[in-house]
Design a protein around this ligand. Structure first.
Ligand code: IMP
Length: 404
């Protein structure tokens, strides 16, 4: 399979996150040597089922379950260290020792407890001023990237340093500005715990990834969130604080654009969004509730019910332009099995496509799909000019059509 996707392949969410990237990552990762995550933090949430046990990970990439494959956490990430340690521990319990193959960029930023507290303060202030906040995941993401952009952040390269006086100063300034009490002993304890576990993992991941490439290894880039949440190109200000496009991922990993050989866009057969912000193709309440129940659309990080709606061709065209997608993975097609009609948003209003009213659950061959389901997939290909390579037909790993 590597040959069809080349030596460097990226998997990038095409909507507002939660597209179900994990499954295709799992399938494609088997054919790649190195798994790299580039940006974001513990706002991401991916659910992985191993031996019937459900694991939810926020920082480690979904591909980390592939034994023996090096994992890179890139410079664009903001790392809440206790969460990372918990995930490493959970992996250990599941029988996977990730530490010897975990490589964390020394340029990645540390996300402290105070960033999480500030996330709450800023959300409250926005709610007071504008009647609503952004609806963040409360994981401290915005404040951590604020520090990074203000050049006051603390990077993983400082994990070994004594940060007592720096943290004291930070606590004083936060108290002064926001009246918040920060317990720096908790921060210092978290740092010490992380230092003990992670000291061998922090490295120059830019050199490392290039050495892998020069040594003929293949790289799978696992995107986080979705393109419509991108800080520059998403539905600002209702976005996350990192770059969620392929360009952002390449930047964070220190890879030149020309190294990329393929980019798989992941889009649900419909669309969901959590948090506030525009959603022009949002379904009516009744339709939305039906899709939510069928698709089990509740946030993996926050448990919030996701807002549900339909595909938007203008949005798909925009994200194709931003990412240069070479293939689509359309996920959760089976969720639409009982719809009479499937509205798709076009530039001049909605077009209703006929439903197929038959189960596609678990199908693995495109030929077996009902005629109207095939037409739905072909419609996406025609409208976007990008071929569909994978179609999700259920939550199980094997419930996937590999089309090309
Ligand atoms: P933040 O990234 O926690 O600051 O949240 C900003 C916006 O991005 C909110 O609308 C979140 O719901 C959304 N968001 C952040 N990460 C994810 C994700 O992994 N999936 C879906 N939505 C996300």
């Amino acid at each position: 399979m590597t040959s069809s996707f080349g030596n460097v392949c990226a998997i990038i969410g095409a909507q507002w996150g939660d597209e179900g990237k994990g499954k295709v990552v799992d399938i494609v990762a088997e054919h790649y040597d190195v798994i790299a995550r580039a940006c974001g933090g513990a706002n991401a949430g991916h659910t992985i089922v191993i031996d019937s046990v459900q694991h939810i990970f926020h920082l480690l990439p979904s591909g980390c379950f592939h034994e023996g494959k090096p994992i890179i956490l890139g410079a664009g990430m903001v790392l809440h260290l206790p969460t990372l340690l918990e995930e490493i521990e959970e992996m250990k319990k599941a029988g996977f020792d990730v530490l010897p193959r975990l490589h964390i960029s020394s340029e990645a930023h540390i996300l402290f407890e105070y960033h999480k507290k500030l996330d709450g303060v800023f959300e409250e202030a926005r709610a007071k001023k504008k009647g609503k906040g952004i609806g963040t995941t409360m994981r401290g993401i915005g404040p951590a990237y604020q520090d990074k952009a203000a050049r006051t952040g603390i990077r993983m390269e400082s994990l070994d340093a004594d940060l007592t006086s720096e943290l004291k100063e930070r606590a004083e300034s936060i108290k002064e500005q926001f009246g918040l009490d920060i317990d720096i002993n908790v921060e210092l304890k978290n740092l010490e715990d992380a230092r003990n576990v992670l000291k061998g993992c922090v490295t120059d991941t830019v050199s490392l990834i290039h050495e892998y490439l020069e040594g003929g290894k293949s790289i799978l880039i696992e995107g986080a969130q979705g393109v419509l949440l991108d800080l520059d190109h998403g539905s600002y200000p209702y976005v996350t604080s990192s770059s969620t496009t392929i360009s952002g991922a390449l930047q964070a990993l220190g890879l030149p654009p020309k190294s990329l050989e393929s980019c798989i866009g992941i889009a649900k057969a419909y669309c969901t969004r959590v948090g506030e912000g525009e959603f022009p193709a949002e379904a009516s309440e009744a339709d939305g509730n039906r899709i939510r129940e069928r698709g089990v659309e509740y946030g993996a990080t926050t448990g919030r019910p996701r807002r549900c709606g339909w595909l938007s061709v203008p949005d798909l065209l925009k994200v194709v332009r931003l990412n240069g997608y070479t293939h689509w993975n359309i996920t959760k097609l089976d969720v639409l099995d009982e719809e009479d009609q499937i509205p798709v948003m076009m530039s001049d209003g909605y077009q209703n496509l006929p439903g197929w009213k038959a189960s596609t659950r678990g199908l693995t061959s495109f030929d077996e799909l009902p005629e109207n389901a095939k037409k739905y997939i072909q419609f996406i290909e025609e409208q976007t000019g990008v071929p569909v390579a994978f179609i999700g037909t259920g939550p199980g790993r094997e419930e996937m059509i590999v089309k090309s």
